[in-house]
Design a protein around this ligand. Structure first.
Ligand code: S3P
Length: 429
């Protein structure tokens, strides 16, 4: 499926973006592990979260309701049953990796697979430490690739330093640690997103942080909770924040966005480039900070450097930050982002290739990008590479090209933001 995008001058209005994808996955999974009934409000209804929901259903979890509001009848940590078919994580790395951690603690056999993109993505980063905990896991390339066959049981606690900046790995190990007896310690030098730690604390687990990097979880525990309220996804808002910043005219109010500090790099980077973004009405839902955002257009941006500790805090926003950099004065350098090569597509390659089609001066580095600003983009025919964030980043760039663009493969946005194009066309003129 393709869409034609015309250049615009103004981005104006008030919106609410879909629920945070990371928190939605965790709300579904951890609610199923509680001893009671949990209401979830504001859930992301999209391909990735549906994958988590369907896998949990196959394991015996019970959900009632539809859409953004769901009730989960918790099964407790030991209430799941052996699935009678293969579990399919679809396109979702979060589903695959968090579920591998969960299945590692179950006293039965299961098989987990995913779509063509997910079957190419690295899994050894979770299977290797889970095997150290005592799980029996096999898969293609010595457990590196899906499909995986998993036979778990009571696990040993783990003391582990994350070798890659991955919240999915950290989360898989914290989930598996719930099935051990004793104290597990995880060192996350990268400060990856901490939604799992916050959810566990919210549900009453004995989890603490020592200093900036050291997470300590004591097991066994009983998880209990009543409700989750899920804020809007800052990674979905990012496309609109960039569009509103780049538009010569207009201002955009985005209600109810999660502003967890491990995710707000996009705001800080854009502000340092000269964007005008106000963070209003700060509040908290289930230990997650939330706010409304006001973004003003007509700003002149300057190029920047995005490296080091900032990278995990903008990891999903780099494609759209590359778009912002095209319209900034001077050069922008992004380094230390090799993880982008193993996302839904090789994002360094796909964004470079596609923005070059529009006439952008982008150079691909092994672990980043160099982007020359102040280029005039021409309309072009671009491809999503089957990657939702590439499709949305290209659509954002196309709004500010000199002529019409066509983006092909836009069905990919169903993965995280089914209403993306309708929302964009309602605001941009
Ligand atoms: C996610 C973690 C990140 C991120 C992904 C969602 C999560 O992946 O890119 O979109 O919900 O834990 P990694 O753990 O692979 O860095």
């Amino acid at each position: 499926m393709e869409i034609t995008i015309k250049p615009v001058e103004r981005v104006e209005g008030q919106i609410r973006v879909p629920g945070d994808k990371s928190i939605s996955h965790r709300a579904l999974l951890f609610s199923s592990l509680t001893e009671n009934t949990v209401e979830i409000e504001g859930l992301l209804e999209a391909g990735d979260t549906l994958s988590t929901l369907n896998c949990l259903k196959q394991l015996g979890a019970e959900f009632e309701g539809d859409g953004e509001k769901l009730t989960v009848k918790g099964k407790g940590l030991r209430g799941f049953k052996e699935p009678d078919n293969v579990l399919d994580a679809g396109n979702s790395g979060t589903t695959a990796r968090l579920l591998t951690g969960l299945l590692a603690g179950q006293p039965f056999h299961s098989t987990l697979t995913g779509d063509g993109s997910l079957r190419k993505r690295p899994m050894q980063r979770v299977t290797e430490p889970l095997k150290q905990m005592g799980a029996s896991i096999s898969g293609r390339h010595n457990g590196e690739l899906l499909p995986l066959s998993i036979r778990g049981y009571d696990l040993l606690p783990i003391n582990y330093t994350l070798p890659v900046a991955s919240a999915q790995v950290k989360s898989a190990l914290l989930i598996a640690a719930l099935y051990s007896r004793g104290t597990s310690e995880i060192i996350d030098r990268y400060n990856t997103r901490d939604h799992t730690e916050r959810v566990l604390r919210y549900l009453g687990a004995d989890i603490k942080k020592l200093g900036k990097h050291h997470i300590i979880l004591k097991s066994p525990v009983k998880l209990k909770g009543e409700r989750f309220r899920i804020p809007g996804d800052i990674s979905a808002a990012a496309f609109f924040i960039v569009a509103a910043t780049l538009a010569p005219r207009g201002e955009l109010y985005i209600e109810d966005v999660g502003i967890n500090p491990s995710r707000t790099g996009i705001l800080e980077v854009l502000q340092s480039m000269g964007a005008e973004i106000s963070i209003l009405n700060k509040r908290e839902y289930n230990y997650e900070p939330v706010a409304d955002l006001l973004v003003k257009g007509g700003r002149n941006l300057k190029g920047t450097e995005i490296t080091g500790e900032m990278i995990p805090r903008v990891i999903d926003e780099i494609p759209v930050l590359a778009v912002a950099a095209l319209f900034a004065e001077g050069e922008t350098v992004i380094k230390g982002a090799a993880e982008l090569r193993v996302k839904e597509s090789d994002r360094l390659k796909s964004i470079t290739l596609e923005l070059q089609k529009m006439g952008a001066l982008v150079e691909e580095l092994p672990d980043g990008l160099i982007i020359q600003g102040s280029t005039k983009l021409s309309g072009a025919r671009c491809e999503s590479h089957g990657d939702h964030r590439i499709a949305m980043a290209l659509a954002t760039a196309a709004l500010f090209a000199e002529s019409e663009s066509v983006i092909n493969g836009i069905e990919a946005v169903q993965i995280s933001f089914p209403g993306f194009f309708d929302m964009m066309s309602g605001l941009a003129s």
